[in-house]
Ligand binder design. Structure first.
Ligand code: BJW
Length: 251
């Protein structure tokens, strides 16, 4: 006989059943059980070993472009080797079975939601597999990736403009269309499910506040306390790969 679910899980399922529009905000914890390290977990997080301003800011890149390029190259390689976990798959399956009811807004720069089968995922912090130029090119013809030098990082052969990873670093604006679409979802959902984020980084964390102010129920899935727990109507203490399948596909 199957054990009775914990009372919080039962309440969470009821919230989900009642919700017409579910907005899921995910952070690094969503991909942790796939083998991608988080940023701020005390022992295992990237920021326990690396300096965020050195590696994840435009100033850090300008100061030491090859260090930052190599760090992103090694993370790209690690991300190619991992697979979506049961949490990614549960979200994708629910969205497929309930068209139009669930949207995902992610801070993650990996592609595990997409590889699990989720479509129209809003990426707030970019895509680590994409490249862009560090500086906007004022030239005509513009910098040409086909003519980039084979250096680390590659550079425009004409003006030296370096290639950078297509992610959002500290102090940079989030992509306007993505942030605006995410804000609309936060304002119009009746359930916001926040999974695996410390809630330390804005404006992403502000989406939970916005959803709550706009009348949504806020449900947080995280094994540890986060900085936005005070926004939650309900907290589920546990990991994404364990709890999301129980929440979304209980049978
Ligand atoms: C599990 C689990 C399991 C573990 N299952 N869970 C106030 C308002 C607005 C802005 C600011 C503000 N104060 C300061 C700012 C500026 C700044 C900011 O927020 N700084 C804070 C640190 C204070 N924000 C910015 O600069 C943003 N831009 C911006 O605001 O532009 C306007 C502006 C410009 C200039 C001045 C002022 C305003 C840009 C932010 C870009 C963030 N970039 C990064 C790197 C991306 C590229 C890369 O990957 O290298 O994005 S930093 C990093 O943090 C990454 C993440 O997306 C982001 C959030 O981290 P996340 O996902 O929450 O991970 P963790 O590690 O923090 O948490 C993991 C959680 O998972 C934990 O809670 C665990 O318990 C849990 N967990 N295992 C479920 N199995």
């Amino acid at each position: 006989m199957e054990a009775e679910p914990a009372p919080e899980l039962k309440t969470a399922r009821e919230l989900l059943l009642r919700a017409h529009r579910v907005c899921v905000l995910t952070g690094a914890g969503m991909s942790a059980e796939s083998g991608i390290p988080t940023f701020r977990d005390a022992q295992t997080g990237l920021w326990a070993r690396f300096n965020p301003m050195q590696l994840a800011s435009p100033e850090g890149f300008r100061a030491n472009p090859s260090l930052v390029w190599d760090w992103y190259a090694s993370r790209r390689e690690a991300m190619r080797a991992v697979q979506p976990n049961a949490g990614h798959l549960a979200l994708a399956r629910f969205a497929h079975e309930h068209p139009g009811r669930l949207s995902i807004v992610t801070q993650n720069v990996d592609d595990l939601h997409q590889r699990a089968g989720s479509v129209d995922v809003i990426r707030l912090h970019g895509d680590i597999m994409q490249n862009s130029w560090l500086d906007p090119c004022p030239r005509d013809p513009a910098c040409d990736t086909d003519r980039a030098t084979p250096t680390r990082p590659p550079r425009c052969a004409d003006c030296g403009n370096p290639v950078r990873p297509g992610v959002v670093w500290f102090g940079e604006m989030l992509p306007v269309a993505a942030l605006s679409a995410a804000e609309q979802l936060a304002q119009s959902c009746d359930l916001m499910l926040v999974v695996g984020t410390s809630g330390a980084v804005y404006p992403a964390a502000g989406l939970a506040h916005l959803a709550r102010r706009s009348g949504a129920q806020v449900l947080i899935v995280n094994p540890e306390p986060s900085e936005i727990d005070d926004q939650a109507h309900l907290l589920l203490r546990g990991t994404a790969a364990r709890l999301l399948p129980l929440l979304f596909n209980p049978n």
